[in-house]
Ligand binder design. Structure first.
Ligand code: UDP
Ligand code: MG
Length: 312
């Protein structure tokens, strides 16, 4: 039997300052602790610094480091998809960030969990690094996601983890454009295991995830895993229609009984008008979120375009 081959998939966007340490620590972990055949696929997601050059140079020195160079910045999810597609023949794929917040030294533990029978291994942080408003927003999102969908995700896990060959194949068959990795990882099923770790600070450089991107990512998560927002609108509509009927009936009966109606009620009218207008606009917005995503899917544009590959 030939020994299993492990591929590490790493999306890279402007990570020039951390790459040398990443190369060195990855090689050290595999060579020192694991006897497996391995390689690392670094997906350059349109970096504007010298990341691609550094990876190509590393490939020339040590061909186990491979470069998949995308034609522009497609975003983290697409870069990850490109890496998983390139790693299709691996026995197991480790997914991790380039910034060393996910310590390569944890990989042996992920591999042990996989050898123990788990096909999907998640690295779960003991502590979260976010504080303040971001922290509140993250917590809120995970609560909401748990309520809205049938696929609860572990609040303290990100991309870091390991996938066996079958889940990788399942991922590669998903053609959807708006990808939410933690949700999809829950969705594909398979026996799973969690490994605890302490999340590190970024080794260098700064986070590429702007708040806008994170909000978009959260929306992708909710809208691609739940119809509940649409259903809530239906319920709200039913409730308001029922209320309108009851109030209308009340006033008609009063009128028939001959009760005089005073010519006031301007405030009531304005409030009702604005409230209903707001509810309708929210409804259109929610519809639009789904419709826009449907449009994305229908166009069937590829998730990413590969410019070149430095691979054996
Ligand atoms: N990344 C990417 N494309 C992007 C943004 C980020 O491939 O458009 C990569 C980045 O190089 C890193 C990983 O995704 O390896 C996580 O990004 P970051 O550290 O900025 O996110 P955070 O850890 O703050 O969530
Ligand atoms: Mg990071």
């Amino acid at each position: 039997m030939k020994p299993p081959a492990i591929v590490v998939v790493i999306p890279v966007y402007n990570e020039e300052p951390v790459l040398p340490e990443l190369f060195q620590r990855l090689a050290a972990v595999f060579d020192r602790e694991l006897g497996y055949k391995w390689s690392a696929i670094l997906v350059n997601d349109g970096s504007r610094d010298l990341s691609a050059t550094l990876i190509a140079e590393q490939h020339a020195r040590d061909p186990r480091f491979e470069l998949v160079d995308l034609s522009r910045n497609f975003g983290f999810q697409s870069a990850l998809a490109a890496g998983l597609a390139a790693a299709a023949s691996a026995d197991a794929v480790v997914t991790m960030d380039a910034d060393l917040q996910d310590p390569p030294e944890l990989i042996p533990e992920l591999v042990i969990a996989w050898r123990g029978g788990a096909e999907v291994v998640r690295a779960v942080r003991r502590t979260r690094s976010e504080t303040g408003l971001r922290r509140v927003a993250f917590d809120l999102f995970h609560k909401l996601f748990g309520v809205l969908t049938d696929y609860p995700i572990e609040p303290n896990s990100g991309t870091f983890g390991l996938l066996g060959q079958a889940p990788v194949e399942a991922f590669n068959q998903l053609s959807e454009r708006n990808r939410f990795f933690p949700g999809l990882r829950a969705w594909v099923g398979f026996p799973r295991a969690d490994v605890l770790y302490d999340r590190q600070e970024r080794a260098a450089g700064k986070s590429q995830q702007t708040l806008r991107r994170l909000v978009r990512y959260a929306f992708d998560g909710v809208f691609s895993f739940s119809y509940l927002p649409l259903r809530l609108l239906t319920y709200a509509g039913l409730f308001i229609a029922w209320l309108g009927f009851a109030v209308g009936l009340f006033f008609i009966v009063r009128r028939l009984l001959g009760v005089e109606i005073a010519q006031t009620g301007f405030t009531t009218l304005v409030t009702l008008l604005l409230f209903l207008g707001g509810v309708q606009l929210i409804g259109i917005g929610v519809l639009g979120e789904y419709l826009g995503r449907v449009y994305d899917e229908v166009k069937r544009r590829p998730n990413y375009i590969v410019k070149r590959k430095n691979r054996p």
